[in-house]
Design a protein around this ligand. Structure first.
Ligand code: NAD
Length: 328
C-alpha cells in the first residue's frame, strides 16, 4: 500500500505570526507557497524554505491546482477577502482570528465553505491549548457540577495597540474559549470601555455575556493594568477550576469548593472546602495541535462544519459587543 501524499499548503502573511505557521506546516505537511507583500519578508522566507515558491500576491498560489489548502496570517482587515478568494478557488482555509470583522461577511465564508465542502477553520489557538482542553473535559464530564459562570482576565501593562481595541486584540481569545466551553450562543452581550490613550481605541474593556441556560460570563480585557494575567475561571456548583496560562507547571487548578445546605438547618447556605489540586497538563505546543487539527479536517476526519460555525458564533458575539461598546 502506498502512503497518502502529504497535504500541500500555501501560506499568506509572513510577519510576526506567519513564520510560526510556516515552521509547523513545513514539518507536518508540504509547504508549497509563501506569499507576502513585503519583499524583505519574502526573501527571508525563501532562504529558510528553499523548496517553497514565493510570491507578492495570492494569485499564482490560488491558480495552483495541486494546492490543497491556504493558511492566512495577514492583518485582520484583509482576512475576509483573502479567505473568500481562497474558498472560491477551491482551497481549504485556515485563517487567523477573526476570519471576518462583520457577522454578514463571516456568514458568507461559512456558506461558501459549506457549498463547496471545504474546511474553513479560524485560528482560535487557545482552543487547542491542553489546559483549555482540560477545562472542557471537566465541564463536559460533569466533574464541576452545573456550571454557573465563567470569567476571563487578560490584562497587562502594554502592549498598547493603536489600531485595534482591547476587545478585538485581546478579547477574541477569551470569547472563543468561553463560547467553546459553554457551547451556547449568548442572548445578552454587553461591553463597556474607555479610550484613555488613543482616541477611538478602547484600552480597557469590561464585558458581560448571558446565555439562554442562565449561565453568565465576564471578560476583563486591558493593556492598562498592573497585573499580567492570562486566566480563565469556571465556577460550578460542585467544584471550581482555574486555567492560568502564566503558570509554568500548575496551569490548571481544581478547587473542591462549593456552597451547600445542611439538611438540619433551615435553608441556610454554608460553604465547604476540600482538596485543591493540579492535574498534569500536556506540554504540547497549542499551535502544532491547531495545525494538526486543520490537516485532519482537510483529510476528511472530524466535523468540518462545526469549526466554521463556532467561528461564526465568535464573530457574531464580537459584533454585538462592539455595538454595545460604542453605545449601540
Ligand atoms: N493566534 C495567535 O496567538 C496570534 C498571535 C499573533 C498574531 N495572530 C494573528 O495573525 C495575523 C497576523 O498578525 P501579525 O502579528 O503576524 O501581523 P504582521 O503585521 O506582523 O504580519 C502581517 C504580514 O502580512 C503581510 N500582508 C499584508 N497584506 C497582505 C496581503 N494582502 N497578502 C499577503 N501578505 C500580506 C504583511 O506584509 C506582513 O508581513 C493577525 O490576524 C493576528 O490576529 C495570531
Amino acid at each position: 500500500m502506498t502512503a497518502p501524499s502529504p497535504i500541500r499548503v500555501g501560506l499568506a502573511g509572513l510577519g510576526y505570526w506567519g513564520p510560526n505557521l510556516a515552521r509547523n506546516f513545513d514539518e507536518l505537511a508540504q509547504l508549497e507557497w509563501l506569499v507576502d507583500t513585503s519583499e524583505e519578508r519574502r526573501s527571508d522566507a525563501a532562504t529558510r524554505y528553499p523548496g517553497a515558491r514565493v510570491a507578492a500576491d495570492i494569485d499564482a498560489m490560488l491558480a495552483d491546482e495541486s494546492l490543497d489548502a491556504v493558511v492566512i496570517a495577514t492583518p485582520v482587515p484583509t482576512h475576509h477577502e483573502l479567505a473568500k478568494r481562497a474558498l472560491e478557488a477551491g482551497k481549504h482555509v485556515l485563517v487567523e482570528k477573526p476570519p471576518a470583522m462583520r457577522a454578514a461577511e463571516m456568514d458568507e465564508l461559512v456558506a461558501l465553505a459549506h457549498d463547496r465542502d471545504l474546511v474553513l477553520m479560524p485560528g482560535h489557538l487557545l482552543l487547542y491549548h491542553p489546559g483549555v482542553q482540560k477545562l472542557k473535559e471537566l465541564i463536559d464530564d460533569g466533574a464541576l457540577g452545573e456550571v454557573l459562570c465563567v470569567y476571563g482576565n487578560r490584562q497587562n501593562l502594554g502592549i498598547v495597540r493603536t489600531n485595534e481595541n482591547a476587545l478585538w486584540s485581546l478579547g477574541v481569545h477569551d470569547l472563543s474559549v468561553i463560547l467553546y466551553l459553554l457551547d451556547e450562543e449568548p442572548e445578552d452581550a454587553v461591553a463597556y470601555g474607555r479610550d484613555f490613550l488613543t482616541e477611538g481605541v478602547e484600552d480597557v474593556v469590561f464585558s458581560y455575556l448571558r446565555f439562554p441556560s442562565g449561565k453568565i460570563a465576564h471578560m476583563h480585557l486591558s493593556w492598562l493594568d498592573p497585573h499580567k494575567m492570562r486566566r480563565m475561571t469556571v465556577v460550578g456548583r460542585e467544584k471550581m477550576v482555574v486555567f492560568d496560562d502564566m503558570e509554568l507547571e500548575r496551569k490548571v487548578t481544581i478547587y473542591e469548593k462549593a456552597p451547600w445546605k445542611r439538611a438540619e438547618t433551615y435553608g441556610e447556605w454554608q460553604t465547604r472546602t476540600g482538596d485543591i489540586y493540579s492535574p498534569k497538563i500536556d506540554s504540547a505546543e497549542p499551535l502544532r495541535l491547531e495545525c494538526q487539527h486543520f490537516l485532519r479536517l482537510v483529510s476528511g476526519d472530524g466535523d468540518r462544519a462545526k469549526v466554521a460555525q463556532d467561528g461564526a458564533m465568535v464573530v457574531r458575539a464580537l459584533e454585538r459587543l462592539t455595538e454595545s461598546l460604542h453605545g449601540g
